[in-house]
Design a protein around this ligand. Structure first.
Ligand code: ADP
Ligand code: MG
Length: 332
């Protein structure tokens, strides 16, 4: 039987060589981390967007798509607590691509990079026999002692997220199921969560500088899947409090409108690009106050790390295994 996305990555990882002395972290985290000297490390990450899988040109304007192609990679730099510096862009375009589309895409892409002082330094351009494909690589840097990995969570730590969950999934479902309602401005927040996510670079820097965070990653595949990955890498398990999941009123309203489950979006919906982090139980309030003071942002506690492997959703008396409920390219 064909392998799932998770199994493919495990297979690739098991066959790749390890043991390079400059490589601090290879496959398995949001970025590869490479020793650079002078107390600094290099961060490297790559992510692709494929037409029909990650975006539908019927509703995804090229300017927002360009921004998103940059944002999803900047988010992986943010996930380590790093500062992005350079980018590569590979484009696979159909033979009959529209030049205006490319102008708009590039304006969005370069605009998002510029907001984070990141410059485009290379890439590749090829013809695609099918839809459009965009692959981006971003390089960043940070102090070696501040790198926040997925693999360093400890039993007893609290699990926090940096914003409401499920908004990108709600926005996507609006476009899919109710495109006419997608024009209403009261849903703008959800639609832009899907079309135009904002990478948490500033927050990542504050969190890495705080010295309080024990592990971190970004939320690209949904809390259930991403937290399961953090747990596997850290050799722990987790419990999520069903009642404490941050779901915005707009997400609840759209879920009701579409007869969907807003909490399922919060757990399994991908592409929120918020940060998922762990912190010692006695440091939660100190970290929340720091983030409020520095950025006026809230960190939402959603659960805790435990010794028993797997991720369980606690709701009153019920306990349900939810590991890997989120998106997998070869299962969904
Ligand atoms: P993210 O969602 O943060 O981009 P992924 O879940 O896509 O991370 O990937 C998990 C890890 O596996 C990352 O370290 C990534 O670089 C690595 N990875 C994914 N696909 C491949 C591949 N085809 N070859 C080598 N490494 C891969
Ligand atoms: Mg990531």
């Amino acid at each position: 039987m064909a392998l799932s996305e998770k199994e493919i990555i495990a297979m690739v990882r098991s066959r790749s060589a390890a043991g390079d002395t400059d490589l601090l972290r290879g496959i398995g985290d949001d970025c590869a981390v490479i020793h650079r000297g002078g107390g600094l490390v290099e961060l490297i990450t790559t992510d692709a967007l494929i037409e029909g899988v990650h975006f539908d040109p019927a509703w995804h304007p090229p300017r927002q798509l360009g921004r998103k192609a940059a944002a999803v990679n900047l988010s992986d730099i943010a996930a380590m607590g790093g500062r992005p510096r350079y980018a590569f862009l590979s484009l696979g375009l159909p033979g009959d691509y529209r030049p205006e589309w490319l102008e708009e895409f590039m304006a969005g892409f370069l605009g998002m990079l510029a907001r984070f002082d990141t410059i485009l330094i290379g890439g590749d351009t090829v013809r695609s026999p099918g839809g459009t494909m965009v692959s981006v690589t971003v390089l960043g840097e940070m102090a070696e002692g501040q790198v926040l990995l997925r693999s360093t969570g400890r039993v007893g730590d609290r699990v926090l997220v940096s914003g409401p969950l499920g908004e990108a999934a709600a926005g996507l479902e609006m476009y899919r199921q109710a495109p006419h309602s997608a024009k209403e401005c009261r849903w703008a927040r959800l639609l832009s969560a899907h079309l135009d996510p904002q990478p948490e670079v500033a927050l990542g820097l504050v969190l890495a500088g705080s010295g309080l965070v024990t592990a971190m990653m970004d939320l690209s595949d949904g809390l259930a899947t991403d937290l399961a990955n953090l747990c596997r890498e850290s050799g722990v398990g987790a419990e999520v409090d069903g009642q404490s999941l941050p779901v915005s009123p707009e997400t609840r309203q759209v879920a009701e409108l579409l007869h969907a489950d807003g909490r399922a979006w919060a757990l399994g919906g991908g592409e929120d690009y918020r940060l998922l982090l762990t912190v010692g139980a006695d440091q939660v309030e100190a970290l929340q106050s720091l983030v409020r003071r520095e950025l006026g942002r809230e960190l939402h506690p959603v659960g805790r790390l435990v010794a028993e492997p797997g991720v369980r959703l606690l709701d009153g008396d019920s306990r349900r295994e939810i590991s890997d409920l989120g998106y997998d390219h070869f299962r969904d």
